[in-house]
Design a protein around this ligand. Structure first.
Ligand code: SF4
Ligand code: SF4
Length: 375
């Protein structure tokens, strides 16, 4: 199995203090992670002037210029998503800093450093598709929903089994996403959230439910989302589909219940190619592509852990067959054997055979398409 772990230089092993970079959405998701890690954090760097002078978990947020003389020999952990991390890497390289020696992404940090320093098996981002039924039919859906031969709500028992198997083997997940299709169409969503929240909340940094805002959820569902301090990500496609009233009402109700949410109306979409015109990369092109698309959207389904949720969706659509190395059957790993469980973390930083034909979401995919256009 190919994995990007093992890259941190030896001097990361005895760090006692670390500088964080990025107090945005990913920084918020990472708060509970750093509550569990016994490291001094003297300050957090953020280049957004509105954040400078404010606090992150009680820690001052300052600019890079202000931080530069104070960093000394400390390592920097960047709390940013895939695209922003690329921009920050370029900036830090210009400052003479080297990735994996002077800084690394938080996903890499928790996957590699938490094992070597604390013997914790941690995964950064896991998605679970709870339904492939959707109210919309987006041509360029990166989960290929319009092309699935069969649309299903996965049963509560199957989803429960998957998370039980997973959390018996993994100590902590920073981000756990419940995604669709349209999640609010699943009749057992509330029951599943209660089980997840009651049983595993302490092992998860942030649980997120993603919705397109077309379905009106019951009050009881919004109450459990608030109860377990979950994040509601509302994808807004009203620029092409007229459901303004529904989505506005959802936003109002999220405000009323005090739910932490984000209404995302500026999502940039690229064409992943599959299944209508899949790419045919040469081994050299694939190598280059793998350096570009490393979203680490791991997936959990049917008792198996997958490197990429996009690849799982391709297989679920009935139009692609994954290879055995693309996933791990969790039941085959002894949960008491921490070294064996490490295979899950390694795959979380791995690759998938689907990458060969998938446009992906890296900087090398410039086939931009209009967001939300319906079939
Ligand atoms: S709303 Fe989301 S899940 Fe549904 S088809 Fe569109 S992109 Fe796919
Ligand atoms: S190229 Fe690979 S890693 Fe990127 S989205 Fe596609 S399957 Fe996932």
């Amino acid at each position: 199995m190919r994995s990007d772990l093992g890259k941190l230089t030896a001097d990361w092993s005895d760090i006692e203090s670390v500088v964080l970079y990025g107090a945005g959405i990913v920084g918020g998701i990472c708060q509970t992670l750093f509550e569990r890690v016994d490291l001094e954090i003297p300050f957090v760097i953020d280049q957004n002037k509105k954040k400078q002078g404010t606090l992150w978990r009680g820690i001052p947020i300052i600019s890079y210029d202000e931080a530069r003389p104070k960093i000394q020999n400390r390592k920097i952990v960047v709390m940013a998503g895939h695209t922003a991390y690329g921009d920050i890497t370029r900036f830090l390289n210009e400052q003479g800093l080297v990735e994996f020696k002077d800084f690394c992404n938080v996903g890499h940090f928790m996957s590699e450093w938490l094992w070597s320093a604390k013997q914790m098996n941690c995964v950064f981002h896991v998605d679970m598709t709870i339904t492939t039924k959707c109210t919309l039919n987006c041509r360029h859906c990166n989960l290929f929903i319009p092309y699935h031969k069969e649309k299903v709500n996965f049963s509560f028992e199957e989803m429960k089994k998957s998370i039980d198997l997973f959390f018996e083997r993994i100590d902590f997940v920073t981000y756990f996403g419940l995604i669709g299709g349209e999640t609010f169409l699943h009749p057992d969503l509330e029951r599943f959230i209660i089980y997840l929240g009651e049983t595993y909340r302490k092992q998860i940094g942030k649980i997120t439910v993603i919705t397109n805002g077309t379905v009106t959820p019951p009050d009881s569902l919004l109450k459990v989302i608030k109860k377990y301090d979950m994040y509601l990500s509302i994808s807004d496609y009203t620029n092409v589909v007229p459901y303004h009233k529904k989505i506005d009402q959802l936003v109002e109700r999220a405000d009323k219940y005090g739910i932490d949410y984000y209404r995302n109306s500026s999502i940039v979409w690229t064409d992943f190619g599959f299944p209508e015109h899949p790419l045919k990369r040469t081994p050299e092109e694939l190598e280059e592509h793998l350096n570009s698309c490393r979203p680490n959207w791991n997936a959990l389904h049917g008792g198996k852990f997958y490197y990429c949720n996009v690849s799982w969706c391709a297989e679920q659509s009935g139009r692609f067959k994954l290879q055995p190395e693309d996933y791990i059957d969790l039941e085959a790993i002894d949960p008491q054997d921490k070294a064996a469980c490490r295979k899950i973390v390694e795959l979380s930083r791995g690759t998938s055979s689907f990458c060969r034909i998938c446009g992906g979401c890296g900087a090398d995919n410039t086939n931009y398409v209009p967001t939300g256009v319906q079939m």
